[in-house]
Design a protein around this ligand. Structure first.
Ligand SMILES: CC(=O)SCCNC(=O)CCNC(=O)[C@H](O)C(C)(C)COP(=O)(O)OP(=O)(O)OC[C@H]1O[C@@H](n2cnc3c(N)ncnc32)[C@H](O)[C@@H]1OP(=O)(O)O
Length: 423
């Protein structure tokens, strides 16, 4: 580790301006942070979960965690330790500062009883060494609206197709209605990977609270209500106002689109795709198996512009993780989990009752069916990775005939996991 550098949690909110300057420097945003920006960022930030690395009086490393609820397969939620604001200044990189801050944060998370740690990785190669595996991927599409083959005569609010309707609302209305809908959405049985949103999240997203330095554009907002008038989903979108030779060439960008019902999700996409002047719709980061392309008569009109790892997950409490999620069939599996940091290491017996039933998991001395690294269990846990694929890569060893396929029968999910948010 770097000599002469002290790593510690912040002792007072007065240390935040210097700490935030270091975040802004590490992310190459700006060498300074305005007092107004500090005022916004300090809201909800817990100094006790905020680490800084100090060389003399200068902050050269930052690392923060926040409490998070994450949905696991089946719809139950578990407490996670969300890692964010990780930076080391270019003057102090590759001397072990991140490694030291990560060690402190994971030890605290284990002590608190968090089931796992999560993060959105800036670059793929950074976090595997700390026991994180890519647990949910993301895809962004750009839809060429004229090629999609949709009926562009969409008639507006009264015609969402199922007796429901889509209405434009202002930002305050969206913020008033949507948190409750989002709670139902994110805890659905196929919503593994979705996370809770704080009041601050909603205020920032709807412009009620603004980062003065980030050039925020207020989006348009629309709400889908079902035939009974119950709000079931919403969309936030912007448009770029581009014209060429008297022709509209506009691209709408979806910032947020979710619904608690399939009808609501389809109606909101149809609404966005049918808008006059819009030639292209950028979907923002979605689940790789989002319904969007197949809602189009010609799915090829949805061109993939990004497909990448998104949410990374680091197991901490394996028995709790495995006993809490749902499984599509009854079965048993004995897993030998290797973890050089110890948090997830051990041999565990998982026993599942199948659909609608419970699962039990605890330490065992039985011979293992499979052995794998904690990071690979992180990749398997939400259902996105395949045990057969990991075995082909040599990252998962089978000790019994058929054990790899048995793992896939238990772990794979009907829908792919999706974390809709950046944190
Ligand atoms: C959740 C989030 O906040 S994601 C944001 C992450 N932040 C950034 O990407 C901002 C720019 N980068 C940085 O601030 C820093 O380079 C960090 C935070 C990524 C790494 O900090 P460092 O203190 O340099 O990491 P540290 O010295 O502990 O490195 C540990 C190991 O990871 C490797 N490593 C670190 N960063 C990277 C990287 N970007 N790519 C590949 N390997 C890396 C190091 O080479 C080292 O490997 P070794 O143990 O085999 O020698």
């Amino acid at each position: 580790m770097a000599t002469g550098v002290e790593i510690r949690t912040l002792t007072s909110p007065d240390e935040l301006p210097e700490w935030l300057r270091a975040v802004s420097t590490g992310f190459l945003l700006s060498p300074t942070v305005s007092p107004q920006e500090v005022a916004v960022r300090r809201e909800g930030l817990d100094p006790g979960r905020t680490q800084g690395a100090y060389d003399g009086g200068r902050c050269v490393g930052t690392f923060r965690t926040t409490p998070q609820e994450m949905t696991v397969p089946g719809g139950a939620v578990l407490p996670a330790c969300a890692v964010t604001n990780v930076t080391v200044s270019p003057t102090h990189r590759r001397r072990g500062l991140l490694t030291a801050m990560m060690a402190g944060a994971l030890a605290a998370a284990k002590e608190r009883g968090d089931a796992f740690a999560t993060l959105i990785a800036a670059e793929y190669p950074i976090y595997g060494r700390y026991g994180f595996g890519p647990a949910a991927w993301t895809t962004e599409w750009e839809v060429h609206t004229a090629r999609a083959g949709l009926d562009r005569r969409y008639a507006g609010p009264a015609d969402a197709g199922d007796g429901g309707r889509v209405d434009l609302v202002d930002a305050d209305g969206f913020r008033a209605l949507m948190p409750a809908v989002h709670e139902r959405f994110r805890t659905g049985p196929d919503r593994q990977g979705a996370i809770d949103r704080t009041e601050k999240w909603w205020r920032l997203a709807t412009g009620d609270l603004r980062h003065p330095d980030d050039g925020f554009t207020l989006p348009f907002h629309a709400v889908y209500r079902d035939a009974d008038g119950r709000p079931q989903g919403g969309v936030a979108y912007t448009s770029d106002n581009v014209w060429q030779g008297k022709q509209p060439e506009q691209t709408a960008t979806v910032r947020d689109l979710f619904a608690a019902t399939a009808a609501g999700e389809a109606a909101l996409w149809r609404f966005v795709l049918a808008m006059d002047w819009i030639q292209r719709v950028r979907t923002g980061p979605r689940a790789p198996d989002d319904v969007l392309p197949l809602l189009l008569p010609d799915p090829r009109a949805a061109r993939t512009v990004t497909h990448a790892d998104w949410l990374w997950l680091r197991p901490l409490d394996v028995p709790r993780m495995l006993a809490t999620r749902a499984y599509p069939s009854a079965g048993t599996l004995v897993l030998d989990v290797r973890d050089k940091d110890g948090y997830a290491a051990g041999r565990y017996r998982l026993e599942t009752d199948g659909p609608g039933g419970a699962a039990r998991c605890g330490p065992t001395r039985e011979e293992p069916d499979l052995s794998l690294e904690a990071a690979d269990l992180g990749a398997l846990y939400l259902g996105d990775e395949s045990a057969v694929r990991l075995a082909a890569l040599g990252r998962l060893a089978a000790h019994r005939e058929g054990a790899v396929r048995r793992a896939d029968v238990l772990f794979r999910t009907a829908r792919r996991p999706w974390c809709p948010d950046v944190f």
